[in-house]
Write a protein that binds this ligand. Structure first.
Ligand code: NAD
Ligand code: MG
Length: 403
C-alpha cells in the first residue's frame, strides 16, 4: 500500500487523482490532503479518504473546515490534524509516511513543497508545471542528487515519457508537443481585442482550472510546456516543436534519428496520465473508457501561428535566455491572467504585460529556491504596476459618459 500526499486536492487534477485512488483501494491510500480555500469539498474528501494530515491556506479556512467536520458527525478520534501555511505544506510533502507526492497546486504556491519532496527523494507526480518553469534548473539538480523520480502528469509530457520508453535517449532527435489551439484557434488576430473572459474560459477539449484554461487560450500554456519538456527530458528549446492538433488525441510524438515517429494517443481524460504516474513502471487497467475509433473522423495537424499567439514565442526566448527569465515569465503571466479575468485588461494585453515585465526585470541567476521566490515576488510587483497603469489609461481614455 502506498500513501499519497496530494498537494491541491480540491482542484481539477486533485479531484481526478482521488478518483484514481478510489478505484485502486488495494494499492493507494491518502496520507495528506492539501488545498487552498474550498472547505466544503475538502470536508467531503476528508470524510471519504480519512487522511492523517490536512493543510489549508489560511486560519479562516481552517476554522470553517473544522465547523464542517464537526457537523458531519465524524468520530473525533479519526479526525486529521489540520494545519495552515507553507511550512505545513512542506511537512506534508516530506513526511516519512508519504510514498508519493502528487504536485497539483496551481502556480508557484506549490514550488517549495514540491522542491522539498524532491530533496527527500520522493516519487513526484508532477502536474504543477510552474515548478519547472520557475525553477527547472534547481529542481532537476535536486532530483538527480536525491534520486527523486519526477513522473510528468501533464498529458503531453506524460505522452512523451511513454514514447521515450521505445528507444534510447541518444537516439531521439526531436520532441513534438501537440496543442488544441484553444478557443481562439480560428479567431482572426484583429478580433482578439474583443474576446470575453467567458469565451476564453470555454476550452474546446479539456476541463481544467481557470489559470491553465486562460493560458491555453493565449497558448502561454504550450510555451510553459516547451520549458517543462526541456527540463524533464533534457532538450534544447530548438528541439521541441509545437503542433496544433484540435482533437487532442495525440498528446506527444518522439522522433528518433532514423526518422521514425512514435506518438502517444489516448482519450482526453487526465485520470490516464495520473494513474500512469502513480503506478509507473507498471501499467494497470485503464481508469478511462478506451478510444472510440468509430467516432474519430480525422486527426488534423497544423503549424502554430506565433504572430497571433506571441506568448508561445516569448516562452522559447525566455528558455533560451535562461536564468530568471522563465520565472519572471510565469509570475507576470499569473498576474496578467488574473487581471484579464477581473476585466482590468484585454486579452492581447496579457502578452503586452508579460513582455513588458520581462524587458524591465533585471536578468538574474537564482541560486536557491529563496532567490526564485524573491524573483517571483519582484516580477509580480512589476506586472501589477503595469496592469494598474494600463487600466488607469483605459479608464481615462473612455468618453466621460462611459466611466
Ligand atoms: P485548479 O485551479 O483546479 O486547482 C488548484 C489547486 O491548488 C486547488 O486545490 C487549490 O485549492 C490549490 N491551491 C491553490 N493555491 C494554494 C495554496 N496557496 N496552498 C494550498 N493549495 C493551493 O488547477 P488544476 O487545473 O487542477 O491545475 C493544477 C496544476 O496542474 C497547474 O499547475 C496546472 O498547470 C497543471 N495541469 C493541469 C491540467 C488539468 O487538466 N487540469 C493538465 C496539465 C497540467
Ligand atoms: Mg498539457
Amino acid at each position: 500500500m502506498t500513501a499519497l500526499t496530494l498537494l491541491g486536492s480540491t482542484g481539477s487534477i486533485g479531484v481526478s487523482t482521488l478518483d484514481v485512488v478510489r478505484r485502486l483501494p488495494e494499492r493507494f491510500c491518502i496520507f495528506a490532503l492539501c488545498a487552498g480555500r474550498n472547505a466544503d469539498l475538502l470536508a467531503s474528501q476528508i470524510a471519504e479518504f480519512r487522511p492523517q494530515l490536512v493543510v489549508v491556506e489560511t486560519d479562516s479556512v481552517r476554522a470553517s473546515l473544522m465547523e464542517r467536520l464537526a457537523s458531519a458527525g465524524l468520530d473525533s478520534g479519526s479526525l486529521p490534524a489540520v494545519e495552515t501555511g507553507p511550512a505545513a505544506l512542506v511537512a506534508a510533502a516530506t513526511a516519512q509516511d508519504a510514498g508519493i507526492v502528487m504536485s497539483a497546486i496551481v502556480g508557484v504556491a506549490g514550488l517549495q513543497a514540491t522542491y522539498e519532496a524532491v530533496k527527500a527523494g520522493k516519487r513526484i507526480g508532477l502536474a504543477n508545471k510552474e515548478v519547472l518553469v520557475a525553477s527547472g534548473k534547481l529542481v532537476m539538480e535536486a532530483a538527480r542528487a536525491h534520486n527523486s523520480e519526477l513522473i510528468p502528469v501533464d498529458s503531453e509530457h506524460n505522452g512523451a515519457h511513454q514514447a521515450l520508453r521505445a528507444g534510447r535517449r541518444h537516439e531521439v532527435t526531436r520532441l513534438i508537443l501537440t496543442a488544441s489551439g484553444g478557443p481562439f484557434r480560428n479567431t482572426p488576430k484583429d478580433q482578439l481585442r474583443e474576446v470575453t473572459v467567458e469565451q476564453a474560459l470555454n476550452h474546446p477539449t479539456w476541463k481544467m482550472g481557470q489559470r491553465i484554461t486562460i493560458d491555453s487560450a493565449t497558448m502561454m500554456n504550450k510555451g510553459f510546456e516547451v520549458i517543462e519538456a526541456c527540463w524533464l527530458f533534457d532538450f534544447a528549446p530548438s528541439d521541441v516543436d509545437v503542433v496544433i492538433h484540435p482533437q487532442s488525441s495525440v498528446h506527444a510524438m518522439v522522433e528518433y534519428l532514423d526518422g521514425s515517429l512514435l506518438a502517444q494517443i489516448s482519450t482526453t481524460d487526465m485520470r490516464m496520465p495520473i494513474q500512469y504516474a502513480l503506478t509507473w513502471p507498471e501499467r494497470l487497467p485503464a481508469p478511462v473508457p478506451p478510444m472510440d475509433w468509430s467516432s474519430v473522423r480525422s486527426l488534423e495537424f497544423f503549424p502554430p501561428d506565433l504572430d497571433k499567439f506571441p506568448l508561445l514565442r516569448l516562452a522559447y526566448e525566455a528558455q533560451l535566455s535562461g536564468g530568471s527569465a522563465p520565472c519572471t515569465l510565469n509570475a507576470a503571466d499569473e498576474i496578467a491572467v488574473e487581471a484579464f479575468v477581473n476585466r482590468q485588461i484585454s486579452f492581447p494585453e496579457i502578452h503586452a504585460v508579460v513582455a513588458e515585465t520581462l524587458s524591465r526585470e533585471p536578468a538574474r541567476s537564482p541560486a536557491s529556491i529563496a532567490d526564485v521566490l524573491e524573483i517571483d515576488r519582484a516580477s509580480r510587483r512589476r506586472a501589477g504596476e503595469l496592469v494598474r497603469q494600463r487600466s488607469q489609461n483605459a479608464t481615462s481614455a473612455q468618453p466621460a459618459g462611459k466611466r
